[in-house]
Write a protein of this length. Structure first.
Length: 167
């Protein structure tokens, strides 16, 4: 629905908002993701902050996600045609201070619609890290039905604003 220029501009606005949050400013260990073409673009943000913050990326392992350090020179195309880290330096999800979560859609309560495999719900259930969803404004809807195993995010950030979903 968005041109490449609109996606880049919206992504930049989203990450400018994220950079100003207390959760980002205080975090040193951050789990990010490598974006698919229809997701908020993450590569410029990773490049901008990788000398200052310790970033990690997920790698699909069966039905779960392994967490590995981000090193842009050590990536390969993995599951679902997403660039994933290589190696065996696994990080414990409990050591993450912030997790930036992609989604197909969010509602204003932090519920998310993922891609249907439950990878992030299983991962998010194992950590007390702050959970921030990033999405284009049109991806925020009134209501997403949640099940008991679904893990909502604490904040949703779009190019137009921030939705605080947890008290």
């Amino acid at each position: 629905m968005l041109s490449a220029e609109e996606r880049d501009s919206a992504s930049d606005s989203i990450f400018e908002r994220l950079e100003k949050t207390a959760q980002f400013l205080m975090a040193s260990r951050i789990l990010m993701y490598h974006s698919l073409p229809d997701e908020v673009e993450t590569r410029r943000f990773l490049k901008k902050w990788s000398a200052t913050k310790s970033f990690f990326l997920p790698r699909v392992n069966g039905v779960n996600l392994d967490i590995l350090p981000y090193d842009r020179t050590r990536l390969e195309l993995g599951s679902f045609h997403i660039e994933e880290p290589v190696g065996d330096e696994f990080a414990d999800p409990e050591t993450m201070e912030l997790i930036v979560v992609p989604a197909v859609a969010y509602d204003r309560r932090g519920n998310r619609l993922g891609r249907g495999k439950g990878y992030y719900d299983r991962l998010l259930a194992t950590t007390k890290a702050s959970k921030i969803g990033v999405a284009y404004e049109f991806q925020v809807v009134d209501d997403i039905p949640a099940e008991s195993h679904d893990v909502p995010v604490d904040i949703v950030i779009t190019e137009n604003g921030i939705y605080y979903t947890r008290k």
